[in-house]
Design a protein around this ligand. Structure first.
Ligand code: GAR
Length: 215
């Protein structure tokens, strides 16, 4: 069975959704470890309570991005994972780190990329008045919040939404599409062609856009 390492910085609800999917048998991977860049990342306790190995590589202990990334990479390599899964990991990774794990490093971002890269995506979506918002699972490339897109989920922006209500609607979809994307990856159903991700013939093309209204 393929193994993954999950990187978090905080709450870890996406991590928890992945652990749930593993426990239910819908995500056939072994979670080798959960790593955090902060001692106070709440998700560490959740992982430990489920007997998943946890490690902290505290970015505050390193002089610069390169030395932190080197220590993080060494820790990851200690678990020899097939896939490195960023789940609310709020550190910009150096080009060297990204290249070292190219094709094995994925991220979830709370917007329909390439719209709203960076922070405060829900606030900015509301400010722009978009009618459709969502989340994206993508391969990580050196450019922040870029990289070949594996799956996206779209949600409506409703009249009366505030940042919290919109974030909650998007987060529910994050929890649905991240296990899905990882399952496709470990089952070998995806291949990278330039900047695009293509699926094997068996994949229903509609599956890569999840719309809760259609369910
Ligand atoms: C999630 O919404 C995730 O998409 C976002 O942080 C949140 C983490 O929540 N990630 C980013 O913004 C990365 N650029 P979680 O800790 O409960 O999974």
């Amino acid at each position: 069975m393929k193994s993954i390492v999950i990187l978090i910085s905080g709450r870890g609800s996406n991590m928890e959704a992945l652990l749930d999917a593993v426990a239910s048998g819908s995500l056939p991977v072994r979670v080798a470890a959960v790593l955090a860049n902060r001692l106070d990342a709440a998700g560490l306790k959740v992982a430990a309570a489920r007997s998943v190995a946890t490690r902290v590589v505290d970015h505050g202990q390193y002089a610069d991005r390169e030395t932190f990334d080197a220590a993080l990479a060494e820790t990851i390599d200690g678990y020899a994972p097939d896939l490195i899964v960023l789940a609310g990991f709020m550190r910009v990774l150096s080009d060297g780190f990204v290249r070292r794990f190219a094709g094995r490093l994925i991220n979830i971002h709370p917007s329909l990329l390439p719209s709203f890269q960076g922070l405060h995506t829900h606030r900015r979506a509301l400010a722009e008045g978009v009618r459709v918002h969502g989340c994206t699972v993508h391969f990580v490339t050196p450019a922040l919040d870029h990289g070949p897109i594996i799956v996206q989920a779209a949600v409506p922006v409703l009249d009366g939404d505030d940042e919290d209500s919109l974030a909650a609607r998007v987060l529910a979809q994050e929890h649905a599409i991240y296990p899905l994307a990882i399952r496709w990856l470990v089952e070998g159903r995806l291949r990278l062609t330039g900047n695009r991700v293509e699926f094997d013939a068996a994949q229903d093309a509609a599956g890569v856009l999840v719309s809760p209204l259609a369910q």
